[in-house]
Design a protein around this ligand. Structure first.
Ligand code: GTP
Ligand code: MG
Length: 136
């Protein structure tokens, strides 16, 4: 069975949307296998976002991700990697489709695109790597 890493980012936790995100995962039929609340370390985030190192939004993103606790979730299901990306919607909440987590619950944050409520692994390789990082 496929597994993915979902993060409820600090904005989602602060806005008390953790339950809403978990509800959407469960009502879709995916299984929550493991879950924890953590305030991520710089080291963990450097590794988690290694593909984005050197990009202009990298530092603000890592700072934002350390600004409060996140909820890390191990989710299992058929096609769950693509399936959760579909539930989440596109990266920018402004253009994310209604019906998606970011489209329904995200705000227009202006330049702060990083505040888009959730993260989901984008490939089997990313999922394996990220799950090993967050659930070592
Ligand atoms: P994740 O599921 O969080 O990985 O989102 P994604 O796969 O839709 O986006 P991507 O991996 O390209 O970028 C990771 C995160 O960096 C995004 O979720 C945003 O929080 C942030 N981000 C991406 N692009 C930008 C950008 O152009 N500006 C800013 N400020 N943040 C960005
Ligand atoms: Mg990504």
């Amino acid at each position: 069975l496929e597994e993915t890493l979902v993060l409820v980012k600090p904005d989602g936790v602060a806005r008390q949307l953790t339950g809403e995100v978990l509800r959407r995962i469960e009502t879709k039929g995916y299984e929550i296998v493991d879950l924890k609340m953590v305030t991520a370390s710089r080291e963990l985030l450097d590794q988690h976002y290694e593909e984005h190192q050197g990009k202009p939004f990298f530092e603000p993103l890592v700072e934002f991700m350390q600004s409060g606790p996140v909820v890390a979730v191990r989710v299992a299901g058929n096609g769950v990697i693509a399936g959760f990306r579909s539930l989440a919607g596109t990266t920018d909440p402004t253009s994310a489709a209604p019906g998606t987590i970011r489209g329904d619950l995200g705000r227009d944050w202006g330049l702060k695109v990083q505040q888009n409520l959730v993260h989901g692994s984008d490939s089997p390789e990313s999922a394996a790597r990220e799950l090993a990082l967050w659930f070592a």
